[in-house]
Design a protein around this ligand. Structure first.
Ligand code: MG
Length: 157
């Protein structure tokens, strides 16, 4: 059994949607990012890589590499799952937290959960998606960006 954690932040920028957990959500802003800027999937990817002792997302998918420009972050998660599988592990469960004043994910929570479960090749009940504001404090509180945390447990396949 191995545990991993991940954290990610993106600043808001011009745009009309954000990607969260592989789900496109309409919003008053987009995010500034080299890839599609999906904070939930970036935190998740780091948690997966961390659990397997495989470093971090920046080592595997550097933002200096033009291959990853505008890339769907789902591809990062799929690649991480593949690496983990090669080492004989599968995901037992994942728990994710979004920190943001907006967008509110309530209406999208089930879709995000299903999307992440599909990427991780687990049942939906093995994925939990939470959200919190930071009570108007800090960069998330001021609406300057959003952050995400993820924890995953890997077990032998
Ligand atoms: Mg990121």
């Amino acid at each position: 059994m191995r545990i991993g954690s991940g954290f990610d932040v993106h600043a808001f920028g011009p745009g009309d949607h954000v990607m969260l957990g592989g789900v496109r959500i309409a919003h008053t802003h987009g995010v500034l990012a080299h890839s599609d800027g999906d904070v939930l999937l970036h935190a998740l990817c780091d948690a997966l890589l961390g659990a397997a002792g495989l470093g971090d997302i920046g080592q595997h998918f550097p933002d200096s590499d033009p291959r990853w420009r505008g890339a769907a972050s789902a591809n990062f998660v799929r690649a991480a799952i593949s690496l983990i599988g090669e080492r004989g592990y599968v995901v037992a469960n994942a728990d994710l937290t979004l920190l943001a004043e907006a967008p509110r994910i309530g209406p999208h929570r089930d879709a995000i959960r299903r999307s992440i479960a599909e990427l991780l090749q687990v049942e939906s009940d093995a994925v939990n998606v939470k959200a919190t504001t930071t009570e108007k404090l800090g960069f998330t509180g001021r609406g300057e960006g959003l952050a995400a945390m993820a924890s995953v447990l890997l077990v032998a396949a």
